[in-house]
Design a protein around this ligand. Structure first.
Ligand SMILES: Nc1ncnc2c1ncn2[C@@H]1O[C@H](COP(=O)(O)OP(=O)(O)OP(=O)(O)O)[C@@H](O)[C@H]1O
Length: 250
């Protein structure tokens, strides 16, 4: 589903990704961990084409991200084509960025109606189902300010799911939440994983990573240092850099 092959990304002279290769199969959950500044968010942003890679190759569901290949050459997608491609990839950020003057329901139906071509009634029906799935059916008419951070994040997940993505990217979805609200968000993510959604999750929640991830990827300094089965990697890291990182966490 996700195929990253030697992906490089620079911001000016700063080399943030230095040849990252990651493979995620359909239905798999991959968790990315690593110290601040190791390039985890940048990698997700490249997968979603919010950033353009400088070198290497990124594919989602067999499609090259941001480019079309013809006769051995690469042609950049038009903004419209790139937007179409991005619709297949849902992204949930640390800060949920809901529209403050729209209700939970209105936040969720916005994209399906405006860019997904759905009628308002069709989008509303689906949005109410999604709100039920994330345990917030009763909050459909609430404004973001009337919701807790955890509830807002669950609305943000429902909003991403409303576009029927093939892949969900999560960038530290619980880092901005009060500790008592983290569990509800992780529960929604666990259910999604159990339903077979392909997910790439940047997280510091090691319990979630251990129980839910099919693979754990440790990044440091813009490279993948180590990857593997989460239980094995967490209990028996092979690389000194992984050991050092984990020893600070546990
Ligand atoms: N748009 C940008 N312009 C310039 N530098 C950037 C940009 N985005 C990220 N960086 C830099 O790239 C490096 C990697 O950042 P990134 O956010 O990908 O790391 P991270 O592993 O996700 O860290 P964190 O856990 O703190 O979010 C950092 O040094 C950051 O300052």
């Amino acid at each position: 589903m996700v195929l990253a092959d030697r992906v490089c990304k620079n911001f000016g002279a700063l080399q943030v990704l230095k040849g990252v290769s990651i493979e995620v199969q359909p239905g798999e959950v991959a968790c990315l961990i690593g110290p601040s500044g190791s390039g985890k968010s940048t990698f997700l942003r490249c997968v979603n084409h919010l950033e353009k890679v400088n070198a290497g190759r990124l594919e989602v569901d067999g499609e090259l991200i941001g480019y079309r290949e013809r006769g051995g050459r690469l042609y950049e997608l038009s903004p419209r084509e790139a937007a179409r491609q991005r619709r297949d990839i849902g992204m949930v950020f640390q800060h949920f960025n809901l529209f403050p003057h729209r209700t939970a329901l209105e936040n969720i139906i916005e994209a399906p109606v405006l860019v997904g071509g759905k009628s308002k009634s069709e989008a509303t029906e689906r949005a109410l189902d999604l709100l039920s799935q994330v345990g917030l059916r009763a909050k459909a008419d609430a404004y973001p300010a009337q919701l807790s951070g955890g509830q807002q994040q669950r609305v943000a997940i429902a909003r991403a799911l409303a576009m029927d993505p093939k892949l969900m990217l999560f960038d530290e979805p619980t880092s901005a939440l009060d500790p008592e609200l983290v569990g509800d968000v992780l529960a929604v993510m666990r259910t999604l994983a159990a339903e077979g959604m392909t997910m790439v999750v940047v997280t510091h929640e090691m319990g979630f990573a251990r129980e839910v991830a099919d693979q754990l990827v440790f990044m440091d300094g813009g490279v993948v240092v180590e990857r593997g089965d989460p239980r094995e990697l967490l209990s028996n890291p092979q690389q000194a850099r992984t050991q050092e990182f984990l020893s600070k966490l546990l």
